[in-house]
Design a protein around this ligand. Structure first.
Ligand SMILES: *[C@@H]1O[C@H](CO)[C@@H](O)[C@H](O)[C@H]1NC(C)=O
Ligand SMILES: *[C@@H]1O[C@H](CO)[C@@H](O)[C@H](O)[C@H]1NC(C)=O
Ligand SMILES: *[C@@H]1O[C@H](CO)[C@@H](O)[C@H](O)[C@H]1NC(C)=O
Ligand SMILES: *[C@@H]1O[C@H](CO)[C@@H](O)[C@H](O)[C@H]1NC(C)=O
Ligand SMILES: *[C@@H]1O[C@H](CO)[C@@H](O)[C@H](O)[C@H]1NC(C)=O
Ligand SMILES: *[C@@H]1O[C@H](CO)[C@@H](O)[C@H](O)[C@H]1NC(C)=O
Ligand SMILES: *[C@@H]1O[C@H](CO)[C@@H](O)[C@H](O)[C@H]1NC(C)=O
Ligand SMILES: *[C@@H]1O[C@H](CO)[C@@H](O)[C@H](O)[C@H]1NC(C)=O
Length: 359
């Protein structure tokens, strides 16, 4: 498998199954909740390291991942500063000398356009939905012995979202595996998954399609010993689903724009509190649907799943389905790897195997 041999170096030292614990609003002083958002902290303790995952909807919703080489590291929040207009430095993972790698995935904007010619070529956008201006539900989190999940749903005050919402279904894992639901991404204990879904939104145009803008932020403390090794990744299959409980027929391809470097940190409370302004920031757009596909109104539902993690990405067999990987530390600070072609793949499988699982 080519990518594995390119990526090589392992940072996590053992295959010990981590002990995962979960806390809400770490260090928040009383029994009330912070105004308008929650901060979820998932701590996965390895044999000699710790992976901290944080999910927060203050500003644009974001997942922050911090890997330390210590089993004693912890998250410290200076809540007064975190809530203030100058949150820089208010969220830290201590001891800071144990931090080896940090990254964040942020959902910044939802874009909509009227695909008048049914070409699925995003242009002439309607005013964007800025996700940092959405109001978000409380984090609804559950913990069982293998899966740690939280659901976050947001909307703005416009008529389009009267009964609609954009939801993030977050999951952290204790071991390698695959979820039951499509797209059945392979995950491991070093990663967390976000299933993003857009439900019952009233389109603002007759032939509306949607685009999701994402940004990633990353930073490592010491420069990597071997800069061709992968320190972190964001990966997805370029496929979205048009139903809540989809079968293969409900799949629709999605495409991404090339990642671009950005000079500013995204407007996420978590990112602004944790990262310094010189952190590496990049962004891309994921557009859903291709020419001739049904529009959003056909089902009023769209879901897409992305995995973000540290170390080498868990790899699905390449023949199975296309995969997009944004990798940090592979020769260049940021490399985009796209393998294969999803449309051909889905068509072929439908013709040949009906509902047979992709993987
Ligand atoms: C970096 O890692 C790659 C793959 O593991 C290896 O082939 C290469 O020699 C390494 N380079 C250095 C400078 O260590
Ligand atoms: C953790 O990493 C820091 C910085 O790279 C290093 O100084 C420290 O010795 C490491 N600690 C352990 C226990 O490996
Ligand atoms: C749609 O097609 C018409 C006729 O080909 C063309 O004039 C128009 O510019 C197209 N609109 C868009 C948004 O592509
Ligand atoms: C929103 O949901 C309510 C309750 O289900 C329903 O009565 C109403 O018609 C819906 N509004 C729109 C615009 O779909
Ligand atoms: C939607 O289509 C109808 C009928 O073709 C047209 O009258 C209306 O102006 C269109 N609405 C928008 C927002 O384009
Ligand atoms: C979706 O919108 C298109 C274009 O306006 C229309 O032809 C179609 O009937 C709508 N579909 C549904 C399910 O409302
Ligand atoms: C996403 O698309 C919008 C609309 O074209 C554009 O303004 C924005 O810069 C794009 N974002 C990225 C990260 O490419
Ligand atoms: C976590 O990542 C390290 C290195 O990237 C790897 O050795 C380890 O197997 C991974 N853990 C799991 C549970 O996949």
């Amino acid at each position: 498998n080519t990518l594995v041999s390119v990526c090589g170096r392992m940072t996590r030292t053992d295959l010990y199954i981590p002990q995962v614990s979960l806390e809400l609003n770490p260090g928040w002083p009383n029994s009330t909740v912070p105004p308008g958002f929650d901060l979820l902290h998932v701590r996965a303790l390895g044999g000699s390291d710790t992976l901290h995952l944080l999910l927060c909807s203050k500003g644009a919703p974001a997942v922050l991942l911090v890997h330390t080489n210590s089993t004693e590291s912890s998250v410290q929040v200076d809540w007064a500063a975190f809530l203030s207009a100058k949150p820089a430095g208010s969220l830290r993972v201590v001891p800071e000398s144990s931090v080896e790698y940090s990254s964040a995935l942020v959902l910044t904007r939802l874009l909509e356009y009227d695909d008048v010619n049914n070409t699925a070529d995003p242009q002439d956008f309607l005013p964007p939905y800025d996700l940092w201006d959405f109001s978000w539900s409380d984090l609804n989190h559950t913990l069982n012995h293998t899966l740690h999940t939280a659901l976050l749903c947001g909307r703005d005050g416009s008529p389009s979202f009267i009964n609609g919402s954009l939801c993030l279904d977050f999951a952290a894992f204790e071991s390698e595996g695959r979820e039951e639901a499509w797209p059945r991404l392979l995950h491991n204990a070093n990663s967390s998954q976000l299933r993003v879904y857009l439900e019952d939104v009233i389109p603002r145009a007759n032939q509306s399609r949607f685009v999701l803008e994402l940004q990633t932020v990353s930073q490592w403390v010491s420069s990597p010993v071997n800069s061709s090794s992968v320190r972190g990744f964001t990966q997805w299959k370029p496929v979205a689903y048009r139903k809540l409980v989809p079968v293969l027929e409900d799949a629709t391809p999605c495409r991404n724009s090339p990642p671009v470097s950005l000079s500013q940190l995204p407007t996420s409370g978590l990112v602004l509190a944790y990262f310094t302004p010189n952190a590496l920031t990049s962004g891309l757009n994921i557009s859903f649907g291709i020419a001739g596909n049904a529009f959003y109104n056909s089902t009023g539902f769209l879901s897409w799943t992305v995995l973000t993690g540290m170390g080498t990405p868990p790899l699905d067999s390449f023949s199975a389905l296309v995969i997009g990987i944004m990798a940090v530390g592979l020769c260049t600070p940021l490399a985009l790897i796209i393998v294969g072609g999803v449309y051909v793949c889905i068509r072929k499988r439908r013709e040949q195997h009906g509902y047979q699982p992709i993987n």
